[in-house]
Design a binder for this molecule. Sequence first.
Ligand code: HEC
Ligand code: HEC
Ligand code: HEC
Ligand code: HEC
Length: 95
Amino acid sequence: MLRVLGLTFLLLSGYVYAEPIADTHTEMSGCESCHMGGEPSADLAHENAACVDCHGFLKEFADETHIKHDDVLECSSCHLAHEEVSPSESCVNCH
Ligand code: HEC
Ligand code: HEC
Ligand code: HEC
Ligand code: HEC
């Protein structure tokens, strides 16, 4: 019984993670939370600044992966906001 519950939990958390962050964030506070006027900018500077406004700079995260890319990458380098893909699949693109 416990194992069944554990498995259900894993499946559920996996499902939550696979949902694109644009969807989870739009539910919370709309397209405007990331896009000025709801429209994507050409260079994504506004979008990446919005991530930092709410979540903080890379160096302020607790884990190595975020800290190691401080001043090197933008959030959007690894987090594809509208796609059902985990940022952990991005590493092979560069390393
Ligand atoms: C969590 C922040 C976030 C939210 C909320 C969000 N977007 Fe985006 N959007 C992005 C980022 C970042 C990109 C750049 C491409 C990428 O990283 O997927 C993008 C790209 C786009 C693009 C360019 C085409 C594409 O898919 O790459 C359009 C159009 C767009 N968004 C529209 C919207 C609309 C409409 C909403 C609300 C329903 C929305 N976005 C909500 C962050 C967000
Ligand atoms: C308006 C504030 C706000 C903005 C802008 C924002 N976030 Fe979030 N984000 C939150 C909140 C609140 C949560 C849910 C609680 C938490 O996990 O911290 C969240 C959750 C997340 C999660 C966990 C998975 C999920 O979908 O819930 C990721 C990953 C994430 N944000 C990345 C980003 C990235 C990347 C950007 C910029 C493209 C961004 N966020 C922009 C407030 C924001
Ligand atoms: C080097 C790639 C990379 C960059 C750059 C990156 N992330 Fe992440 N992020 C990840 C990975 C990998 C995870 C863990 C995903 C998983 O567990 O599947 C994650 C998880 C998260 C989470 C949820 C877990 C947590 O630590 O709270 C948030 C929120 C988040 N990232 C926000 C951001 C924001 C905001 C930025 C930009 C300031 C950013 N990330 C830049 C790779 C990255
Ligand atoms: C868009 C390109 C890009 C992506 C995606 C990316 N990285 Fe990086 N990473 C870099 C660059 C550039 C550096 C800094 C130069 C260097 O040390 O290679 C770096 C540095 C690092 C370092 C520090 C290396 C050192 O010697 O201190 C680690 C660890 C690392 N990345 C792991 C990851 C992981 C894990 C992921 C996926 C979650 C990832 N990277 C995704 C480009 C990327």
